[in-house]
Design a protein. Sequence first.
Length: 118
Amino acid sequence: MQVRLRLLIIAWLAIWSVLGLARENGAVDWVLAADLPHEARQTLTLIKDGGPFPYARDGIVFGNYEKRLPLRQRGYYHEYTVKTPNRRDRGPRRIVAGREDEYYYTDDHYRSFRRIRE
């Protein structure tokens, strides 16, 4: 019984590690910076210039809880608000910046991402 349980656990860990690796190397859609909405291009410029940012929560750590971006250690990603016209709140649009100068755009509040190609 213990042997079967151990084998089951090992198999489960192996499957999940392979799936995690596949997600790590998985394809992410791309978007050209020139094709982003004007507000996203403005936010991207602010990020690269180090601010100042219009929203208090800009620059906070992005947890990647949905695991839609490549898996990295906590603190690797930071998120920034992209103003959404005709919205009084922060809206659904964000740019997530990785420590190695990669940028991801979402316009549906983290349900999907496209890596920004400049």
